[in-house]
Structure formats: structure tokens, C-alpha cells
Design a protein around this ligand. Structure first.
Ligand code: NDP
Length: 324
């Protein structure tokens, strides 16, 4: 059985999943997410981690019998998967089960930003409709826009399918062109930004996209430009974005992710042309349960000796397998 397999679980993990892990495995609660709370003896017992994020090389090295990191979420930029793969540690994530939810949220954020729906809703709540008359006509519209997607992967494609229904033109930038879509491809982000007036970022975080949306890209997007970021905060140069929004270099931005979450710069909060969400892309009970079930499924598969459902690329390439 698996009841003697110690699994480290953050105390604030998805509650239902924590409970299920405790039923099947020997759950070890991890409160401060700091290994100093475990003795050397306790550390050497740990064979698996259920995690959201932030599993560093140091942390892996401090757990000598660690076999698998079952990560909650599709983005695993804060798990050092290269280090894990090199050590023969499996890393899994939760792709697909959140794709449609995140795409829904992206479209909501886009509409909120372009049609000022959040601001208009506040107008009603503050009693300003009866007092001052109709909310203003929005200077921006989705009509006639060309939407560029940075990161036409699982979620990006799902966003594109929705955008087709909205009757806008679609283009994209990935490192490599897809052969299964007819949207215009731009080999650089700045070329995409020049060609479109609306940019949706849904690429992974990490070094390859770090601050990729910089002052040059924002300038290329132009003064009617709308930036939507639902990928990772690290992909946008936040200081450059604040400057561009203040100066009118672009028109507005809708953000679900930030450089230093949960801290949102006061400058972004003070700007009238931003829509700010607290990283809720996948955050419905339905979808978070599906993600948690996949975290558990990967752990059970690993310890029963079958192939995990969703290994990350680094571990597939390194052919990480369970021995013994
Ligand atoms: P996929 O791996 O299916 O898609 C990622 C896409 O990004 C691929 O098309 C890839 O193409 C492209 N890409 C990767 N690196 C770069 C780069 N350096 N420059 C340009 N394009 C790049 O992932 P998903 O669609 O499932 O998820 C995407 C990301 O969305 C996650 O990694 C996560 O960070 C974020 N996310 C955010 C959520 C939220 O709550 N806000 C929820 C879920 C996910 P190519 O390899 O050809 O470059």
C-alpha cells in the first residue's frame, strides 16, 4: 500500500486534495514551506511533494529520497525541472484540465478591459448612474481589432477558438510556427506587436520569456493598444508597462498575473486604464478540483509503478523512470 509513503503537502494546498492525499498516503504537512521545519531524519523520509510552486534545486538536494514532485498548475517555471530531471526526480503538472477555464477568464478580462465593464459596474454600485446619467461610451471596442497571441499552445488555441466567434482577426507568436493553424505567424514578438492592436500573453514564465513584453514591444503595440496578460507576471516588464500606461504609449491593460504576486504596484492600482485580477485564471471550484485530482493521480500512478499521466517535457526528454 501507499500508506507508508511520506508525501510533503503545503498546509494551504487545495483542501480536498490535501484530504485525499492524507487518506491514501502518509501525509506530512508543510506549514511555512521552509525545510528548516523538518529535522534531517524527517527530510530523509520524504519521497514525494505535492506543490504549487517554488521547488528549488536546494530543496530537492535537501530531500535525499525525493522521487516525484506533483505540481498543481500547468506552469511550472518555479520548479527547477532541469535539476529534477538530471537527478532522476519526476516532475508532473496539470495541463488540459484547466485549459477551457483559463481561456474563458482571458476573454472575460479582454472584454472587461476594452469595454470598461468593471468600471461601469462600479458606476452602478456607487449610485452614479441615477446621479450623473449614463456611463461614458468607451473609446475602445473589440470591433475591428486584430488580436495577437503570444503563446499559441493549449490555452492560446482555446482563446483563439473563442476569438473566432467574436469576429476579430487573429495572429500569433511562438518560437516555432504551428502547421495546424492558418493564423498569421510572426517569428518575433515585436513584429507581432506591430501587426496587431491587442496582445494577449499566455506563454509560460521562465528565462525564455523574462520581460519579453518590454518598452519596445509596447511602443510597437501603439496608442490604441490593449495588453492582456494571463500567462506569467515575469513575461511583462512591469515598470515599462506602468510608464507606457501613464504616457499613453498604449491604451490599457488587463492583468491576471504580476511580477511580485500578491503585491500589485500602487501605480497600476492608481491608473484608470487597468483591469486587475488576483490570478484567478483557473480558480473555479470545478477546475481546481480537476487539477487536484490530477495531482493525486500522478502520485498514485508513480507509486503503483505505472506511467504518470502528465510528466513535464524535461522529465520526458531525460526518460525519468521509477527504479525499485
Ligand atoms: P503550452 O505549453 O501548451 O503552450 C505554451 C505556448 O507558448 C506554446 O505554443 C509555446 O510555443 C509558446 N512559448 C513557449 N516559450 C515561448 C517563448 N520563449 N516565446 C514565445 N512563445 C513561447 O502551455 P499552456 O497553454 O497549457 O499554458 C501556458 C501558460 O499559461 C502556463 O505555462 C502558465 O504560465 C500560464 N497559465 C496561467 C494561468 C493563470 O491562472 N493566469 C492558468 C494556467 C496557465 P513554442 O514552444 O513554439 O515557443
Amino acid at each position: 500500500g501507499m500508506k507508508n509513503v511520506p508525501v510533503l503537502v503545503p498546509a494551504h494546498f487545495h483542501a480536498g486534495t490535501r484530504e485525499n492525499i492524507g487518506t491514501i498516503f502518509d501525509r506530512r504537512d508543510f506549514v511555512k514551506l521552509d525545510l528548516s521545519e523538518l529535522s534531517a531524519g524527517q527530510r530523509s523520509e520524504i519521497r514525494a511533494i505535492a506543490s504549487f510552486a517554488n521547488v528549488s534545486a536546494d530543496m530537492m538536494d535537501a530531500l535525499p529520497n525525493l522521487e516525484i514532485i506533483s505540481s498543481f498548475g500547468v506552469g511550472y517555471d518555479s520548479v527547477d525541472a532541469k535539476h529534477a530531471a538530471a537527478k532522476g526526480i519526476m516532475v508532473t503538472n496539470t495541463p488540459d484540465v484547466l485549459t477551457e477555464e483559463v481561456a474563458d477568464t482571458a476573454l472575460g478580462l479582454l472584454l472587461m478591459t476594452v469595454r470598461e465593464l468593471g468600471q461601469a459596474e462600479q458606476y452602478v454600485r456607487k449610485g452614479l448612474w441615477a446621479k450623473n446619467g449614463p456611463y461614458r461610451m468607451t473609446p475602445t471596442t473589440l470591433r475591428g481589432r486584430t488580436v495577437g497571441i503570444m503563446g499559441l499552445g493549449r490555452i492560446g488555441l482555446s482563446i483563439a477558438r473563442r476569438l473566432e466567434g467574436f469576429g476579430v482577426k487573429i495572429a500569433y507568436h511562438n518560437r516555432s510556427q504551428r502547421n495546424d493553424v492558418s493564423y498569421d505567424y510572426y517569428p518575433t514578438l515585436v513584429a507581432l506587436a506591430e501587426a496587431v492592436d491587442t496582445l494577449i500573453v499566455i506563454a509560460p514564465g521562465g528565462s525564455s520569456t523574462d520581460k519579453a513584453v518590454n518598452a519596445t514591444v509596447l511602443k510597437a503595440l501603439g496608442k490604441d493598444g490593449v495588453l492582456i496578460n494571463i500567462g506569467r507576471g515575469s513575461t511583462v516588464d512591469e515598470a515599462a508597462l506602468i510608464e507606457a500606461l501613464q504616457a499613453g504609449t498604449i491604451h490599457s491593460a488587463g492583468l491576471d498575473v504580476f511580477e511580485n504576486e500578491p503585491n500589485v504596484p500602487q501605480a497600476l492600482i492608481d491608473l484608470p486604464n487597468t483591469v486587475l485580477l488576483p490570478h484567478v485564471g483557473s480558480a473555479s471550484m470545478h477546475t481546481r478540483k480537476a487539477m487536484g485530482d490530477l495531482v493525486l493521480d500522478n502520485l498514485q500512478r508513480w507509486f503503483s509503478g505505472t506511467d504518470v499521466a502528465t510528466p513535464v517535457d524535461e522529465c520526458v526528454k531525460a526518460d525519468v523512470r521509477r527504479h525499485g
